[in-house]
Design a protein around this ligand. Structure first.
Ligand code: ADP
Ligand code: MG
Length: 700
């Protein structure tokens, strides 16, 4: 190949130092390679010529052939506008200029055929096109042009500095001229022919200068496939390397702790899904490889017991285990829940959080290092350097989406040899996203709720129906039930949100007066011990109503609570609403979730509320969430390469993703080291990508 794609963009004809600076700062384009990967946002279809009679009020950009028959000037508030009458054989419309009028009048030939192109508006009963692109039909026919015109991403600064789409297109043309449009193939021959993919050079040409719709579609497919293929390849490779290179601690036996617990202390029958997942975990732990597993299960599906029984496997083999949760409340709840079970089994267990005092800490550090302490529960505090284990065999992370990938790997470093890792998440992640985000993990799914759970009746109520809601609350309390009322707390407007919360609390106190009613309140500004005190009152059933912010979102388990009221529900995201709803329906009683909102709702809010009232399937809700928000906003995706996708879209292209993963897997199954000659191209591309692209950074 003649030109190296790593050549700095400054060297390209038509670029120069100023433009190069702008391309770097505004679009992140440093090299030829970056430029070739600047993919268009959309295309203007210039294959079709419209008749004026065909125009619609909501037409986008259109192209029309016709003649200008005359001009007039129209005075307006400031200055004047120039209006031309434009006709074809089906009707007439206006062309309008607010600037450059003199030049237009002088250069336009009337009664001569032009091709005009631009966006059409409807104004005062006539169609008009402001500042159209104009070209004489005679030269239009002569010009070699791509009929589908690429529209590149741009920024205000770029267009202000004169780097318009036209200029970008020119620069792109010059890149194709200089490289003669020949680019190194990056996928293996057999894959290209099996999938009937366009070769790399053709794909790149047609994505920038499409000859027609069909070639454009094939070009896009090929490039999306390639992008997703290499991400999947990387993830699968990482997983394979893991399994072969990183030795885990083999937990050879299932011993006394596990068996005793299973036979005498297990408080219920495990669901089939729980059994299946435990088997998967046991297989991992028994192998020589280090486990790196994601456990997905909807709220209330019973992940905790699976976690606990996995820890027992570690203990049975003489290892320690830890469980890390995102909040203090949740850690405490886990601790309290497991404490009882541990006491029965004579297992030492401790909790470590930000509010553990110095002497507690010292004791914990000591007993961890000498091995007396078998199970440690806690928050981020577990990640502190001072926390050292004698022999940590299994680390469990609850609610992974709250932790970053970096933290996952920090846990690893707690030992000379990494412990087995089990990541649990209650926010179901759509399969496609899980594949990319956690493609290096093995995935287990608990897709079955414990028996006897009732569907939580979910309704949407407007603020003005509050009296009825209050009456309903009173009836439920009468029956001995407990109620959550949750207020949104969004960081930026925290002060306002606290006011809402306190106002709400006061009105509840007025409506439900002491001593008949007792009310708890929990929010993030309270001291941990006060929070804990209030929580415990509610857990023990001493208070009937818990007014809270989303601190209770995760994990809190009060089976007697049967009503969840969510205030300003329109301000919550879908996964949050789903999580909150999961706080009720944990007992035998019929439970309810009431979504309170004001009257004005955006389209997205309506969709969210409709979804919540329609379904309780966490995976379905996650799909809708992903569609509404895109992957960028999903928790935990921030550090992932998904955001850096150049052409593929994780939501829209999930079929391509699945296929890319399938072929990446197939290739690595046959040739894990990519040493076959036909796979050289993959190896080379892969090395090249790892070298130059930051997309790979997230995979530590
Ligand atoms: P999550 O998956 O949301 O963490 P938990 O582990 O907190 O769910 O379990 C929710 C509730 O269901 C707990 O009260 C737990 O004791 C109970 N539970 C778990 N598994 C079963 C089962 N197989 N049968 C009956 N109840 C179960
Ligand atoms: Mg849980």
């Amino acid at each position: 190949m003649s030109s190296n794609l790593q050549t700095p963009i400054d060297y390209l004809k038509g670029v120069g130092p100023n433009r190069a600076d702008l391309l770097r700062s505004e679009l992140g384009i440093h090299t030829y390679q970056d430029l070739i990967n600047l993919f268009p946002n959309r295309y203007l279809d210039r294959t079709k010529y419209y008749k004026i009679s065909e125009l619609q009020r909501n037409s986008s950009e259109v192209q029309i052939i016709g003649k200008i028959t005359g001009f007039k000037e129209v005075a307006q508030k400031r200055g004047k506008r120039l209006v031309a009458k434009f006709q074809d054989d089906t009707g007439s419309m206006d062309l309008v200029w607010f600037r450059g009028q003199k030049w237009i009048r002088e250069s336009i030939k009337t009664n001569t055929e032009y091709v005009i192109f631009g966006k059409v508006n409807w104004f005062n009963g006539v169609f008009n096109m402001p500042h159209p692109e104009l070209e004489l039909l005679s030269s239009h026919e002569k010009n070699l042009r791509s009929s589908m015109q690429a529209v590149y991403p741009s920024t205000e600064k770029l267009s202000n500095k004169g780097i318009t789409n036209r200029v970008l297109t020119k620069i792109m043309q010059s890149l194709f001229l200089e490289t003669k449009g020949r680019f190194v193939e990056t996928l293996p021959e057999n894959l290209i022919s099996e999938l009937k993919l366009l070769p790399k050079s053709d794909a790149l040409f047609n994505v920038h200068f499409p000859k027609n719709q069909e070639l454009l579609a094939r070009a896009e497919f090929r490039l999306k496939f390639e992008e997703l293929f290499y991400i999947q390849l990387q993830l699968i490779l990482k997983n394979l390397i893991h399994k072969s290179k990183i030795k885990g601690f083999p937990f050879e036996s299932v011993g006394d702790y596990f068996n005793t617990f299973y036979k005498t202390h297990l408080p219920f029958d495990l669901t089939n899904a729980q059994k299946r997942v435990l088997k998967e975990i046991r297989q991992d732990l028994g192998s020589n490889a280090q486990m790196n597993r994601l456990l997905q299960g909807d709220v209330g599906s019973g992940k905790t017991i699976v976690a606990f029984m996995s820890m027992l496997m570690a203990l049975d083999n003489g290892f320690q285990a830890c469980l890390m949760a995102p909040t203090e409340i949740l850690s405490v709840q886990h601790y309290n829940g497991l404490l009882e079970l541990c006491n029965k089994l004579n297992i030492s267990i401790k909790i470590l959080t930000g509010s553990s005092n110095t002497s507690e800490r010292r004791k914990i550090h000591e007993s961890l290092e000498n091995g007396d302490l078998q199970i440690l529960i806690g928050t981020h505090a577990l990640l502190e350097d001072k926390v050292k284990f004698k022999n940590l065999g299994l680390a469990i992370i609850d609610e992974q989406h709250r932790f970053g990938v970096a933290q996952r790997s920090k846990l690893w470093k707690k030992n000379t040899s990494p412990p087995h890792i089990l990541v649990m998440t209650a926010t179901p992640i759509p399969r496609t996203l899980a594949m990319s985000l956690y493609g290096d993990l093995d995935i287990s799914i608990i897709d079955e709720l414990p028996p006897g759970r009732q569907v939580i009746k979910t309704v949407h109520r407007y603020d003005k129906n509050r009296l009825k809601v209050m009456r309903f609350m009173r009836d439920e309390i009468e029956k001995g039930r407990q109620i959550y009322i949750v207020y949104p707390l969004i960081q930026e407007s925290a002060a306002l949100d606290y006011k809402d919360l306190m106002d709400g609390y006061e009105s509840i106190v007025r409506e439900f007066p002491q001593p008949k009613y007792q009310i708890s309140i929990v929010h993030g500004k309270m001291k941990p011990q006060d929070k804990e005190y209030e929580m415990q009152r509610f857990v023990r059933g001493e208070t009937q109503i818990m007014v809270a912010t989303t601190v209770i979102e995760v994990g809190v388990n009060v089976p007697n609570a049967s009503v969840m009221i969510i205030e300003s529900a329109e301000r919550f995201g879908l996964s949050q609403l789903h999580q909150l709803r999961g706080r009720v329906g944990r007992g035998a009683e019929q439970s309810y979730c009431i979504l309170m909102t004001g009257h004005k709702l955006s389209q997205d809010s309506k969709t969210r509320l409709e979804t919540m009232t329609r379904t309780s399937d966490g995976f379905e809700i996650a799909e809708v969430d992903l569609r509404l928000r895109g992957p960028g906003d999903l928790m935990g995706t921030q550090q992932s390469g998904i955001l850096n996708l150049k052409i593929a879209n994780i939501v829209k292209d999930k079929d391509i993703l699945q296929s890319a993963r399938f072929y990446a897997k197939r290739i690595l199954n046959n040739d894990p080291s990519l040493s076959l000659s036909e796979h050289q191209v993959i190896l080379n591309t892969y090395r090249q990508l790892s070298k130059y692209k930051n997309i790979w950074n997230y995979i530590s």
